[in-house]
Design a protein around this ligand. Structure first.
Ligand code: GLU
Length: 410
């Protein structure tokens, strides 16, 4: 995301604040993060040298429950970025009505340049740095860009050295280590449900609809798989190594098998190195599911889709969002579209606290309910205030957070 990331989130916040006629004081109070932590992580590298990495944890709001949000490892991570992502988590958990606030963590590092052991030492150092500010009733990290179940397992283990058995301190853990069935695919499945609900309003379905999915990590790969399973025609896929567009439809199972083995799409037959062109190819539904700020005004003017569904956090800049509104291309916003991940994180946390594991079917059904109920509320809010879906999502979320803060007495 850009150095304007937090400002961008607050522009979206501002659109909803106008609808709700918030005072300047109320807007300030609701948008300002509660706590920000910056930690130095000194890590012994495999060659014996020591390197310093900088990590952050921003806790944005906890009026509706413990702080909650992912942890990302990426070279572009900075405090502004993490602040923006923490704020998005506050609104996201409120949109889907789960009892959490919002937080985010990040470390400025390119994990591809580290060995597994170096990555483990870095994760443990970072956990030591933030350990006093996290906990199953305080702040619960989870996976995000370039982090996975293994990283969460290390985090849980490091935390347990200080505080004992507390598996609910982090979600997105391996199923073999207090994780939840269905957590891995949850964000992608939620994206597919969001799309299905939207298409229903146009008397259409996923079957026969064409999709481009940008990003083939946790979100994009599961979204592409589930859309394909439901009869959708995935015409474009891509990741940081390249992209592939075929109007006749891509062999998604083959792409998934390739990505599972090679850990990226690099070398996939037909892959071209020009990943930039993917977004603007023709399709019915475009799903950006990688990094922020990919739909710039220039891209927005060139898009050849009928609907944008934000699998990633913050993929559309506010300027681009206005262009899309002008062009009549609706956007299903991140704080609803990708909320399936944190929703199943909530189920994982609940299972950890109760020491009672759910079957996959139960997880899937409960996720389904949350996504569909939230869509109905979102659509009703958009209709009531005659606003776009993003403004409706922020409006719903801000109302809920404001009410909780008021009831507490700020
Ligand atoms: N990183 C994911 C997100 O942005 C999941 C967060 C979580 O499960 O706490 O929503």
């Amino acid at each position: 995301m850009s150095h304007k990331a937090f400002e961008n989130v607050n522009r979206y916040f501002g659109r909803a604040a106008k609808v709700l006629q918030l005072t300047a004081q109320e807007s300030m109070l609701l948008s300002t993060p509660a706590r920000e932590l910056r930690v130095e992580c000194n890590v012994r590298m495999d060659d014996g040298t020591v390197e310093t990495f900088i990590g952050f944890r921003v806790q944005h709001d906890n009026s509706r429950g413990p702080y909650k949000g992912g942890l990302r490892f990426h070279p572009t991570v900075d405090i502004d970025d993490v602040r923006a992502l923490a704020s998005l988590m506050t609104w996201k958990t409120a949109v889907v009505g789960i009892p959490f606030g919002g937080a985010k963590g990040g470390i400025a590092v390119d994990p591809q340049k580290l060995s597994q052991l170096e990555l483990e030492r870095l994760t443990r150092k970072f956990t030591q740095g933030i350990r006093e500010l996290i906990g199953d009733m305080l702040d619960i990290p989870a996976p995000d860009v370039n982090t996975n179940a293994q990283v969460m397992a290390w985090l849980m283990d490091e935390y347990s050295k200080f505080y004992g058995f507390r598996p609910g301190v982090v979600t997105g853990k391996p199923v073999e280590l207090f994780g939840s069935k269905g957590r891995d695919e949850a964000t992608g499945r939620g994206v597919a449900i969001a799309i299905e609900e939207y298409l229903k309003t146009e008397q259409r379905g996923i079957a026969g609809t064409t999709f481009i999915v940008q990003g083939f990590g946790n979100v994009g790969s599961h979204a592409a798989r589930i859309l394909h399973e439901q009869g959708g025609i995935v015409v474009g896929i891509g990741d940081h190594t390249g992209s592939f567009y075929d109007p006749a439809g891509i062999d998604v199972p083959r792409a998934l098998a390739h990505a599972r083995e090679k850990r990226s799409l690099a070398g996939f037959e037909g892959l071209s190195s020009a990943s930039d062109a993917l977004l603007t190819q023709p399709c019915d539904v475009l799903v950006p599911a990688a990094l922020g700020d990919v739909i710039t005004p220039e891209v927005a003017r060139a898009l050849a889709c009928k609907l944008v569904v934000e699998g990633a956090n913050g993929p559309t800049t506010p300027e681009a969002d206005e262009i899309l509104q002008g062009r009549g291309i609706p956007v299903i916003p991140d704080i609803y579209a990708n909320a399936g991940g944190v929703t199943v994180s909530y189920f994982e946390w609940a299972q950890n606290i109760q020491q009672f594991a759910w079957e996959y079917e139960r997880v899937r059904d409960e996720l389904d309910k949350v996504m569909r109920r939230s869509f109905a509320e979102l659509a009703a809010t958009a209709k009531k205030h005659r606003v776009d879906l993003r403004t409706a999502a922020f409006t719903m979320a801000i109302e809920r957070v404001k009410l909780a803060s008021q009831l507490r007495g700020y």
